[in-house]
Design a protein around this ligand. Structure first.
Ligand SMILES: C/C(=C\Cc1cc(O)c2ccccc2c1O)CCC[C@H](C)CCC[C@H](C)CCCC(C)C
Ligand SMILES: C[S@@+](CC[C@H](N)C(=O)[O-])C[C@H]1O[C@@H](n2cnc3c(N)ncnc32)[C@H](O)[C@@H]1O
Length: 247
C-alpha cells in the first residue's frame, strides 16, 4: 500500500505479538532517530553504512530496505544506486513511514527521489520472485515475529547471486559483552527513554536481544531458508552484528 493515507494502520490479521510491536514502533517514531543518535553517540550511522556496503548495492540496481523504519538505510541505498536505480522501503509502521517520507521531502539530492515507501509486512512481501539486486534489513529481523518466514521471503524476492545484509544487535556468547550490553540498556538507554515517557518501549530492547539468535544461529537460519552462503560479522566490540547471505 503506497504511503499516502496519514497513518491509518492497515487492518491485517496479525498475531497480538506483531500488533504490539507495530504499536511500539508507531509510538517511538517521533523520537526514534534522535534517540538513536544520542544513545549510540552517532555510531549507528557507521554501522548502517557498513550494512549497506555489505549488501553490494551498486549504480542502477533495484534494491529493497526491509523494516525500513524512518529510512536511514533506504537513503544510504539510494546514494549507492543513484537516480537511475530504485529503492523500495517497506515497513508495517505507518508512523515510521510518515517520518521517512517527511525526511525524503526535505532532501534535495536527486537520488532520494528514487525511493518508494510501502506499508507492508516482511513476512508477506508484495513483490514477485527474483526482483531485487540487494536487500538490507537494519534492526528489523529481531523485531519480526516469524523470522523464518521473513528469511524465506527475502530469499524468494532476491535475484540469484545477490545478497541480503542484516544488521542488528549481536546476541553475544561472551558473558562480559552481554553483561555490558544489558548494563548500558538498563542504566543509560532506559533512563533516557523514560524522560520521553518511553521506558517500556526501550525496556523491550533488552528482552528482544535476549530472545534473538546468535551469529551462528543466524547463519543457520539463512542456510535453512535456501541461501547458498551466510556469514555473521561482529562489529563495535561485539555489541552489534551483521549477517551477509548470498542467494
Ligand atoms: C540504531 C540502533 C537501534 C535501533 C532500535 C532497534 C530496536 O529494536 C528498538 C526497539 C525498541 C526501541 C528502540 C529500538 C531502537 O532504537 C542502535 C543504537 C541505538 C540504541 C538504542 C543504543 C544502544 C546502545 C548500546 C547498547 C551501546 C552502544 C555503545 C556505543 C559504542 C556507544
Ligand atoms: C528498530 S526499527 C529499524 C528501522 C530502520 N531499519 C533503522 O535501521 O533505523 C524496526 C522496524 O521494523 C519494523 N517491523 C517490525 N516487524 C515488521 C514486520 N513484520 N513487517 C514490516 N516491518 C516490521 C518496525 O515497524 C520498525 O520500523
Amino acid at each position: 500500500l503506497p504511503v499516502n493515507s496519514r497513518c491509518r494502520p492497515r487492518t491485517v490479521v496479525r498475531s497480538s505479538n506483531s500488533n504490539d510491536r507495530q504499536t511500539l514502533f508507531n509510538r517511538i517514531a517521533p523520537v526514534y532517530d534522535n534517540l538513536n543518535d544520542l544513545l549510540s553517540l552517532g555510531q549507528h550511522r557507521i554501522w548502517k553504512n557498513m550494512a549497506v556496503s555489505w549488501s553490494g548495492a551498486k549504480t542502477g540496481d533495484y534494491v529493497l530496505d526491509l523494516c525500513c523504519g524512518s529510512g536511514d538505510l533506504a537513503f544510504l541505498l539510494s546514494e549507492r544506486v543513484g537516480s537511475i536505480g530504485k529503492v523500495m522501503g517497506l515497513d508495517f509502521s505507518c508512523e515510521q513511514l510518515a517520518v521517512a517520507s517527511s525526511r525524503q521531502n526535505l532532501r534535495a539530492r536527486s537520488c532520494y527521489k528514487c525511493i518508494e515507501w510501502i506499508e507492508g509486512d516482511a513476512t508477506d512481501l508484495p513483490f514477485d520472485d527474483c526482483k531485487f539486486d540487494a536487500i538490507t534489513m537494519g534492526y528489523g529481523l529481531r523485531n519480526v515475529v516469524d523470522r523464518h518466514r521473513a528469511m524465506r521471503e527475502m530469499y524468494r524476492v532476491l535475484k540469484p547471486g545477490s545478497r541480503v545484509s542484516i544488521l542488528d544487535f549481536n546476541k553475544s556468547n561472551q558473558s562480559v559483552t552481554a553483561f555490558m550490553q544489558d548494563w548500558m540498556i538498563d542504566n543509560v538507554v532506559v533512563p533516557v527513554a523514560t524522560v520521553y515517557g518511553l521506558a517500556k518501549e526501550y525496556e523491550y530492547l533488552k528482552y528482544s536481544i535476549n530472545g534473538y539468535l546468535t551469529g551462528e544461529e543466524l547463519e543457520t537460519l539463512a542456510l535453512e531458508a535456501g541461501f547458498s552462503s551466510a556469514r555473521h560479522y561482529e562489529i563495535s566490540g561485539g555489541f552489534m552484528g551483521n549477517l551477509v547471505a548470498v542467494r
